[in-house]
Design a protein around this ligand. Structure first.
Ligand SMILES: N[C@@H](CCC(=O)N[C@@H](CS)C(=O)NCC(=O)O)C(=O)O
Length: 326
């Protein structure tokens, strides 16, 4: 078995369940932003939505959706007692897995954790906290676990309640929840899983981050505006593709870092002409640069154009140039 996971994401619960089960398992870390795994693979080829957890079985088949992953682990390792076996208990387990997955994970915490969420959406999610967590606290008062014994639902709930640390939700407002969370944290499988993923998470946070699209484009423009070709060297990806504005009507195509740099160095070095910037806009990994290229003082000694850029992991991977012409 292999678990695809991201440190301290919900997939922490699957790791806990696998440790509880004593399963022979390997782990492959997924970078949630780049969707690359630690071996450099494109994770969206494993799961089209790029979501963790994904459990890869010995035969190669893949299980997605956390509730299914957790129940599969429980079913494969019955001796670990991670799920009830009777009909009513099984349904109660599913009831809690659904509650955690929809009301807490997606309904409450995801909007609080995602950076691009609008304030109104965040406020709406937060307005659900008191009822959802109050309901949970009422159930857990006087109980050790969600069901009669520890189950995969507790593993999932632990992983989700961990996120209160990064949100405005204060677990101390519900003493039964705070006590439950603190108690579970002492459980050996959970302590081990949490310790390991916290270390990975901290290491990831300490890694130098790739420059943003805006920063890369600002440096790219500076190379031409200041006639400093060397500024381009760090910015161009090995797989970069450049479609130049000339010759009409199709322009020339250049593939690979060396070929793109050769073209751009030539333009940036040329002090007989210069660029004027008209505007830059960016969204996601794309940016557009509107410019004027001037080579004389006459009215017709200039042309206006645009570059459609794509930047990935701090490097330019595509640059398509177009001009206004006759
Ligand atoms: N419905 C999925 C949701 C899983 C999910 O939201 N995973 C998060 C981590 S907690 C994720 O991979 N997010 C990355 C993204 O949204 O691109 C499940 O239950 O497994």
């Amino acid at each position: 078995m292999k678990l695809y996971f991201s440190p301290l994401a919900c997939s922490l619960a699957a790791r806990i369940a696998l440790y509880e089960a004593g399963a022979a398992v390997s782990f492959e870390r997924v970078d949630g932003k780049t969707k690359r795994t630690e071996t450099g693979r494109d994770f969206t080829r494993v799961h089209g939505l790029g979501l963790v957890p994904v459990l890869e079985l010995a035969g190669g088949s893949l299980i997605t959706e956390h509730a299914a992953v957790l129940q599969h682990i429980a079913r494969c390792f019955p001796d670990a007692g991670l799920a009830p076996v009777d009909a009513e208990g099984t349904t109660q387990l599913q009831q809690w897995l659904c509650f955690i997955g929809t009301e807490l994970h997606k309904g409450l915490f995801m909007p609080l954790l995602e950076r691009q969420v609008a304030d109104e959406v965040r406020d709406y999610a937060l307005s659900k906290a008191a009822s959802r967590l109050g309901f949970l606290a009422e159930h857990l008062a006087g109980r050790d676990y969600l069901l009669d014994a520890f189950s995969v639902a507790d593993a999932y709930l632990f992983a989700v309640l961990n996120w209160t640390a990064a949100t405005p939700v204060d677990l101390q407002l519900w003493p039964a929840l705070a006590a439950y969370h603190a108690r579970l944290r002492e459980r050996p499988s959970i302590a081990q899983a949490f310790r390991e993923e916290l270390a990975l998470y901290r290491a990831e946070e300490a890694e130098p981050k790739a420059a943003s699209v805006g920063e890369v484009i600002a440096r790219f423009n500076a190379a031409f505006l200041r006639h400093e070709p060397a500024l381009l060297d760090e910015l161009v990806d090995e797989a970069c593709v450049l479609e130049n504005t000339t010759p009409a009507p199709l322009g020339s195509r250049h593939e690979g870092r060396a070929a793109c740099l050769a073209v751009w160095h030539g333009i940036a070095r040329n002090r007989a002409a210069h660029f004027e910037l008209e505007g830059v806009e960016s969204s996601g990994e794309r940016a557009q640069i509107r410019w004027r290229y001037v080579w004389g003082s006459g009215e017709r000694d200039a042309v206006r154009g645009v570059n459609l850029m794509r930047v990935r992991d701090g490097r330019i991977v595509e640059a398509l140039g177009y001009v206004k012409g006759t």
